[in-house]
Design a protein. Sequence first.
Length: 382
Amino acid sequence: MDVHAIIVAAGAGERAGGGVPKQFRTLGNRPIYRWSVNAFLSAPQIGRVCLVLPEASLASPPADLPSDERLIVVAGGSSRTASVRAGLDALRPGEKDIVLIHDAARPGLNEDVIERLIEALEGADAAAPALPVTDALKRQEEAGLRNIPRDDLFRIQTPQAFRAELIQHALEADGSSFVDDLAAVEALGIRVATVAGSERLSKITYEEDIPRMEKLLNAPASQMRVGTGYDVHAFAPGDSIRLCGIDIPHDRRLAGHSDADVGWHALTDAVFGALALGDLGDHFPPGDPRWKDADSGVFLRHALMLAADRGWALSSCDITLICEAPKIKPHRAAMRQRTADVAGIALDLVSLKATTTEGLGFTGRREGIAAQAIAVLSRLQG
Ligand code: MG
């Protein structure tokens, strides 16, 4: 007896936005359907895996599919039932084999649930993960809302597991279409077992389901963003320069439209970089009179507000100032504290370093100061 899997990914569900069917939206750096492909291929219990894609997408099949000879890709039909049939036709399972049929829109599949389903089929003909209904249920009737007892109600998830001969027989009738695969066998009066489902297995239907599922699956790439920034300002005649919010007496000043705070400009650009929102010049055009002599703290706070609006917060940063003079070290503690205060984060999350270029290049010739920064943003909780 072998265990095979069918992943139904042929639907047109566009309620999750993005202009593509939801199974092709990205979750944690890979398309949603890929989560299920990987889960099945890495489960030792599973033999062959059949991925059922929309016919149109097979003209240029996804280049990112793993090259694994156990994986078969076929075109789906016009209904879910037709797509499952296409999968069964491609797999040609033996009568005693087990087939697990899974919705690609449920990326939280793992080996535990696969194991529970296979075990359940030792004493049943079909099995599915189920969760109790926790919200109150009401039916709209003429006289008003009426409560529906929920003690014997379940939310059914996928994969749904079947003996191959049973599901093939149930789907034989041409033109039949079912809401899910259990519905096809329920009519046959067979024994269906339920196993513990989980929130991980919830279905992605709407746009807001994607970040919720990313959190639930702890999808690493989506929990962190990184950006780098680099800036240079030239010296001009003057008596003070501003670096990371601190005014330092010097025999020169830094030339610039704003206060020319090269350290915070680099950091602000790093935040914009992490958000893929362009650069400082896009947000604060140098010719704009509003930013003449502006405090660069305004730029940094604005970038962090845009980050917060998108659900991100600065979780650490590291700035390097590159110059022969002035000496940075005596001011380093104050610069770190000022940066932490403006960014609203703890002091130990702000690193500030300084280096010379050993007399080489424009900084070595004392023509100006360069700064580079890296910013790490983390997903805001809640
Ligand atoms: Mg600048």
